[in-house]
Design a protein around this ligand. Sequence first.
Ligand code: HEM
Length: 275
Amino acid sequence: MSSVIAGLPLEKPPPENVEVTLGDVMLWGVLPYVVIAVLVLGSVWRYRYDQFGWTTRSSQLYEARILRIASPLFHFGILAVIVGHVVGLLIPRSWTEGVGISDSAYHAMALSIGIIAGIGTLVGIVLLIYRRRTTGPVFMATTKNDKLMYVVLLGALLAGLATTMISVFDENVTAYRETVSPWFRSIFIFQPDIVAMTAASLSFKIHTLWGLALFAIWPFTRLVHAFTAPLHYLFRPYIVYRSRGKRPVPGAQPARPGWAPVGTPDRDRRGLPRQ
Ligand code: HEM
């Protein structure tokens, strides 16, 4: 049975009798741990052996006009999508109901914010891909690895938005807070609730697999920059610039205009003039 809020059908509860196949065990009981292992070990490996490659490989020097709009749109959008996932996947229905948020209010909020965030992210990434394809030097700097990353990222986004749309229009879609969310939480206590995920609708399963694929390639792509976002920059103290004082400091070199030339120990030892 599905209930309706302001014309939106809510997802229906999962079926009682769920048949679990070997494929379900592999997909929802084994695959998540393989992906977590690849993500963690792959990131450690990349950090140890490719620190110089641990970068966004910024292309801002080649093109900045589209980037100035597309990059914040994508990054703020994806941040909102991540917050939405944390709430939707990690916080059980009983908790939100416990603080007085009814199921229908939750869904109205999740749908509206989720769709706006998802579409913002999608427009951002479409603009980024357009820029990459149409700006010569940016396209030249695009590797096969980047292309694969864009396909998987775009696929996960599109599948996520499609799944949300399907849950709005198809009243046979099962409640993800009764299926996907308990499964997701169960992974972290090493007791994967395979039955719960098996009971989820196909659209959720497809989207989750795209999400897992993205996490699996993450350490081997430019996406690693997300792990080292310079957040401290927002909280660092101001840098104080001081002009050189007029009075000479005892023992200090006399002030010269411009940069002080750099000597080398060899040249200094031989008494050659500094250049
Ligand atoms: C295993 C990982 C993931 C799981 C279990 C998951 C689960 C879900 C679920 C249940 C929804 C439906 C929410 C609703 O109907 O209101 C959803 C929506 C969505 N997902 Fe995911 N997801 C995962 C990974 C990702 C990733 C990696 C991305 C992006 C690259 C992504 C992007 C989206 C988008 C754009 C939506 C549409 C609604 C929104 O903007 O939040 N998901 N996801």
